[in-house]
Write a protein that binds this ligand. Structure first.
Ligand code: FES
Length: 98
C-alpha cells in the first residue's frame, strides 16, 4: 500500500507500478502540490519515510532540482518518483519548500 499525505488529505492506496507518486495522489484526489509535472517547480517535493526501495532511481531532473543531502534524507520529487513492480509499503508526505 502507499500512504499519501497531501496538504489536508490523506489516502492509503494500492500501488500501481509505472505510475509516479504524484499520479497516485491525483488519481485518488489527495491535494498534493504540483505545477509542472516535469521536475522543475518542486511543488510536488515529498518526504518518503518508508519504501524508497520501491521507487525507481533518482532522475536527472531531480538531481538538477534538489540537493544531494535531500536525497539522503529521503526527499524526492513526486512527479519523478515512479513506483516499481512488486512495490509494498510506501509512505510519502508532500513537503514543498513553501
Ligand atoms: S510537479 Fe513540478 S517538480 Fe513535480
Amino acid at each position: 500500500m502507499i500512504e499519501l499525505r497531501g496538504r489536508t488529505k490523506f489516502a492509503v492506496v494500492e500501488p500501481e507500478p509505472g505510475l509516479s507518486i504524484l499520479k497516485h495522489a491525483i488519481k485518488y484526489k489527495v491535494d498534493w502540490g504540483h505545477m509542472c509535472k516535469k521536475g522543475t517547480c518542486a511543488k510536488c517535493r515529498c518526504f518518503v519515510s518508508e519504501g524508497n526501495e520501491y521507487l525507481d532511481g533518482i532522475t536527472d531532473e531531480e538531481w538538477d532540482r534538489l540537493e544531494p543531502e535531500e536525497f539522503e534524507q529521503g526527499y524526492r520529487l513526486a512527479c519523478q518518483a515512479v513506483v516499481k513492480q512488486g512495490a509494498q509499503r510506501i509512505v510519502a508526505v508532500n513537503k514543498p519548500y513553501f
